[in-house]
Design a protein around this ligand. Structure first.
Ligand SMILES: [Zn+2]
Length: 263
């Protein structure tokens, strides 16, 4: 109960009123669809790559072409992964992820379409089948030749600078995330767009909605007449199309909504 009180304290009176109205719409239009971005995971300590203090403001990301063409780029990529992945495995889901799971368990939320690669929705308890990871996941390794995917836990990286290869075909492998200049997985995007065309309410959480084609998903939902709700700390380009806009912490806002609906 202490947690709920402190959560409420970070929302303004007006934000609470907006979230109460949103909860009413969720009840009517269930099951709704969530579309999430980095802002839902920053409260777990994962940096927002494109936000005002985003990592990409300081470090230039590796492009897909560089990765394919340059063994030295790949060696640096795997060095970074060896350093970072053990930390990523230890990151815990936060109140925002848990609130979405509460909505899902109550039958109020069907699908979670996410731009995040951290796997935190599933770790929070979301049905893995219901999560569409548009930008892939750090928790799998993918072969660029045969397209096989391997759980990271079952794919030990070689020591030193030796390059990992596909154990089946010997092809170049990579984290199963979408790099700059790399296409999204066509099936994932198609499924997300189909869901956007069918849903009655799309709840955007923690996305700046500036990265295409992912940002097309809520745009299409709004264009086909779905109620669009956006919870994000900063304004987004789709705010003018949205029925509800709450500029607040994802964890605080979603917990408040979940308390109202599942309390
Ligand atoms: Zn392969």
């Amino acid at each position: 109960m202490h947690e709920m009180t402190s959560t409420r304290a970070t929302l303004t009176e007006q934000q609470r009123e907006t979230l109460e109205a949103l909860a009413g719409e969720i009840r009517v239009r269930r099951p709704v669809v969530a579309f999430t971005g980095a802002g839902i995971s920053t409260e777990s300590g994962i940096p927002d790559y494109r936000g005002p203090n985003g990592l990409w403001k300081r470090v230039r990301p590796t492009t897909f072409r560089e990765f394919l063409n340059d063994p030295e780029v790949r060696a640096a990529y795997w060095r970074r992964r060896r350093e970072r992945y053990p930390q990523m495995v230890q990151v815990e889901p936060n109140a925002g992820h848990l609130a979405l799971v509460r909505l899902q368990e109550a039958g109020l939320l069907s699908t979670i379409i996410t731009q995040n690669i951290d796997g935190l929705h599933q770790r929070a308890g979301a049905d893995p089948e219901s999560v569409i990871e548009l930008h892939g996941t750090v928790h799998e390794i993918r072969c660029l030749e045969c397209e096989r995917r391997f759980p990271a836990a079952e794919f030990p990286l070689p020591e030193g600078d030796e390059e990992p290869v596909c154990p089946v075909c010997g092809g170049i492998v990579k984290e199963a995330t979408i790099s700059f200049g790399e296409s999204l997985v066509a099936d994932d995007l198609r499924r997300a767009l189909e869901i956007a065309r069918d849903c009655e309410l799309m709840l955007v959480v923690g996305s700046s909605l500036q990265v295409n084609p992912a940002a097309k998903v809520p745009l299409i939902a709004a264009q086909q007449g779905a109620v669009l709700a956006i919870i994000n700390r900063e304004p987004t380009p789709l705010d003018p199309l949205a029925d509800f806009v709450v500029q607040a912490s994802a964890g605080a806002a979603l917990s408040y909504v979940a308390d109202l609906l599942t309390g």
